[in-house]
Design a protein around this ligand. Sequence first.
Ligand SMILES: Cc1ncc(COP(=O)(O)O)c(C=O)c1O
Length: 451
Amino acid sequence: MSKEYWAHVDINRVPYIHTELPGPKSVEYHTRAAKLMKGYSSQVRLFPVAFESGYGCVLTDVDGNRYIDFSSGIFVTGLGHCHPKISEAVAAQAKKLMNCHDFTTEIKMKLLEKLAATTMGDLNGIQLYDSGTTAVEAALRCARAVTGKFEFMSFWRDFHGKTMGAVSCAGVDATQGMRAPGFFLSPRPNCYRCPFRMKHPECGCYCADFLEQKIKQETTGRLAGIILEPVQGWGGSVIPPPEFIPKLRKLCDKLGCMLIADEVLTCMGRTGKMFAMQHWDTIPDIMTLGKGFGNGFPVTAMCVSDKYKEAIEKISASSSYGGNPMACAAALASIEVIEEENLCERSAYLGEILLKRMQKIKEAHPLVGDVRGIGCLLAIELVKNRETKEEYVEAGQMVYREAFKRGLAWVPSGHILRLSPQFIMEDDVAMKGMDIIEEAIDVTEKTLGVF
Ligand SMILES: Cc1ncc(COP(=O)(O)O)c(C=O)c1O
């Protein structure tokens, strides 16, 4: 926020809350909207505020209340809301050409060249889409086209989107639908809640060994790919132990199937590197990008290893909106901003100081069972009892509301407080956000009698 283009945001006056929350206009707008719009997220249902504007790391609601943003939309706007370079690039394109099917434009050519130069290894076969889900679907089609096989393996509590194929890979919510035939789920490492009740490193990363057995026992042997979130986002910033992803790479090579890294949430600096797979020096065969890729503009991508270029010519990439000129302008400007402002480094640094503060909060508050994070992808897990680790959903909802009321916009889920601050946030603003979270935890402990 130190940049001159955020100068109009008086960060010293944030948070600023001058009405009951949600305020009167929020209540009116949301009541009218919710009569028609069904299926709001739990975050909105628990705190139905209506927003008007966002600049940098500050969100303003329709009643003029100002919040520090620890949500980045939903893990999206890490470079700051309405970053002028990105907004101007989109606006300029919107005045020139909005849509021309999948014909080439100058801005698309430039984005493709920039992205190819940015991705690891030879992930230079690119298709552009308009949501994370459609990029994931393309990745599944691509893996089938390359291997001629049809089965997929994915992991407990990973999330990949809401269409039939993506839902079939996700172990999240039974109400989203039945898993299609040929899709299998395996436990993934979560060292705070080990699915095999083992201890790392003595376990030797048994999750990876179990996966091999599961594939052998349960599939027909025609596995097209293994898809995973390198760091689990929705599931609460769960970071795999060092050997897990390299072991998956070896297994995919052995079985002749594609390793698909779904980086929709983790890409573009969110974990402190441009792509999360770089933490494990592992190059996937297919990678999906979304969320931060356009810093708020709906643009996503599927990138596949150059050696499979011919096979993926078979899966047409054209769609109504994928790679439209505005989308390309947003994505190109976003990559340039990350590079010009060293925002991967900034995300790594901010994540480190936040995690240190979270560790202190854990020491002081028995409600907190675990804290973890990598870059600006962080989580605090609330438990009824540190021994049993029983999930405390009611406490999570209370902390969420108490912090929001004090001027922190964020996206916890159930008993997990998810933190995805904007990388451009100043240290003292980030610490103000943590003060609010600690106060909300304190109030919740007192209310629920947790000592
Ligand atoms: C890892 C991952 N993949 C895919 C998706 C789906 O993206 P979208 O909501 O843009 O369709 C998400 C969304 O949260 C995600 O986190």
